[in-house]
Every structure is written in C-alpha cells, then in structure tokens.
Ligand binder design. Structure first.
Ligand SMILES: [Zn+2]
Length: 301
C-alpha cells in the first residue's frame, strides 16, 4: 500500500512539474536571462552532433523564442551507433556512471565492452560522417537554428571518442575565429564535467576557458551548462524544483534556470538523429532532466 502511495505521489508531482513547464512557456517569463531587450549573438559550442538536442535544447528554445541569434559550432562529426555496438555503448555508460557499485566480474565485462566501444568510436571514416552532419542540420531546423548558423568540424585533432585527447589550444583558436567572424558576444558550452563525464565534452569546456583567458576580444560573456548527479539527471521534469532551489544559492546574475518551453520539440529534434535514435536514447530524452530544464552558470573571464 505504501508503495502504491509513493508511485501515485511521484506521478502527481511529475504531472505538476510538466504543468509548471508548459505554463511557463505560455507566460514566457520563466527567467530574466538576457531579457534586457538587446538581441545577443550567441555561440553554442558542442562536442558531437546530437549534444544540442540531448543537453542544450531548453537553452536553444529559450534563446530562439526571444529573437536572439544563435550559432552552433560542433567540434566533431561524431561516430556511428550501429546495432552491434549498442550493447558496448550501454556498458560503457554503465561503467562510466556507476562502476564503484559494480561487482568485480561485471566491471571486467564492462571494461571489455568499453575497449570495443572506444575502438569503434575512434573511427569517423565509416561512411557515417555525412549522415551525422545532415542529421545535425535537420535537428537544428526543428530547433529553429538556420543551417548557415551551424558548423561541423571534421579534423584529426577532434576525433570523437573516449581516450582521444583534443587540442584545447587549437579549439580556443577556432572559437576565436568564429567569435570574430560572426560578432559573437555570448558563448554557451559544457562545464568541466561535461554532463556525462565524456572527455570530449570536458575538452570543449577547457578549450573555451583557454579562449577566455587568452582572447583579445573584449566583452565576451560565457556560460556553462551545469552537470548534475545521476538521480537528478534521470528525474525528468521533477528536477525543475531542485534546479530552482539550487539557483537560490548563487548571487543574482551568476546562475540561470531555463525551463524548456517546448519539450516536445526537443524530442522531435533528437528523433532527427536517426542513426542515434535507438531505444535507450528515446528513454534518455524522455527521462532526462536536460530535456526539461537547463541550469547555466556564468564562467568568469
Ligand atoms: Zn556528446
């Protein structure tokens, strides 16, 4: 009986959270972020095609619905996720997230699959590169980002995969070129954990930090997407309440909590990444709190 009560309570809070998100989209007043009236030119720097839909869609929806101009720089062309590698990838995720709680035997099994996934991830030359690129353009169209605002790199210094250390100084240089070319005045990217702990995400963060330290461009504002623990990460819309609470611990203007005004659009955008649209990605997008809310923290430069 007590279990039934708990389940009913969770469903009620889930529905209430969704109602709060949908209601915020109607009022368009869920945050004061960039609400001074000036239209900003924003550069979102991601590591892989699909990062924009899986992690940043609340931010993208927030910015585009308010008329800000957004550019997306994707540092790699991504890898393919064929059926035979889905199990490897799942083991990789499990190993990365909860290895401390696994038995020794399961850890060893995960390590074997992790090795296979790593080897697979290091190849961009399997004919999937252009497919991943096209998928990103289609997802961006759903998110109202024009194709001429989307740039996907395919360079040896930025190969997708764990174990591939990216050239952070080169990344900083490329970002500086983008900033100058498009007149960017605000950058958004991963924080130093990179949501999933993926080393490519973390390298993007450190590359941006290098850029901020060394750039001669003045008045560049930068924000990072805050990584949250695994319980919050898979709590769906419930996490909006914890995000609001955590925002209260930060000084005003240093932390922004953005509700996704169109969570359905995020699902549609991710579904455009057809080569990645496997069962666990569908589950991820449905239950990930990053589909419903983004919490951004100002990076000091
Ligand atoms: Zn990624």
């Amino acid at each position: 009986m007590s279990w039934l009560l708990i389940i009913v309570s969770i469903i009620i809070v889930w529905v209430a959270s969704l109602y709060k998100i949908i209601n915020a989209s109607r009022s368009q007043s869920n945050s004061v972020f960039l609400s001074t009236g000036d239209k900003r030119i924003v550069l979102l720097v991601i590591a892989h095609p699909d990062d924009e839909s899986m992690f940043f869609s609340p931010t993208i929806n927030y910015l585009t619905s308010r008329g800000h101009s957004i550019y997306i720089l994707c540092m790699s062309i991504g890898y393919s996720l064929s059926l035979i590698n889905q199990l490897s990838y799942m083991c990789f995720i499990i190993h990365s997230h909860i290895r401390s709680s696994l038995t020794k035997e399961i850890q060893e099994l995960c390590c074997i699959f992790k090795l296979q996934a790593t080897q697979f991830c290091t190849s961009n030359a399997d004919g999937m590169g252009n497919i991943r690129k096209d998928e990103l353009y289609r997802a961006c169209a759903v998110l109202k980002v024009p194709p001429e605002h989307v740039k996907v790199l395919d360079q040896v210094d930025f190969q997708d995969g764990f174990g591939n250390v990216w050239n952070r100084n080169l990344l900083a240089k490329i970002v500086e070129e983008e900033v100058i070319t498009h007149g960017i005045d605000l950058i958004i990217t991963f924080d130093n954990y990179g949501v999933s702990g993926h080393c490519n995400h973390r390298d993007v963060h450190h590359g941006i930090c290098n850029f901020l330290t060394e750039t001669s461009c003045s008045n560049i504002e930068a924000w990072e997407l805050i990584s949250i623990n695994i319980l919050r990460k898979y709590s769906g819309p419930l996490d909006i309440w914890l995000s609001f609470l955590s925002a209260m611990h930060y000084p005003s203007g240093k932390f922004q909590c953005l509700l996704n005004e169109h969570p359905g659009k995020s699902f549609l955008a991710m579904s455009e990444h057809l080569s990645q649209w496997v069962w666990f990605r569908k589950l991820f997008v449905s239950f990930s709190s990053y589909t419903y809310v983004n919490t951004l923290r100002r990076i000091h430069n």
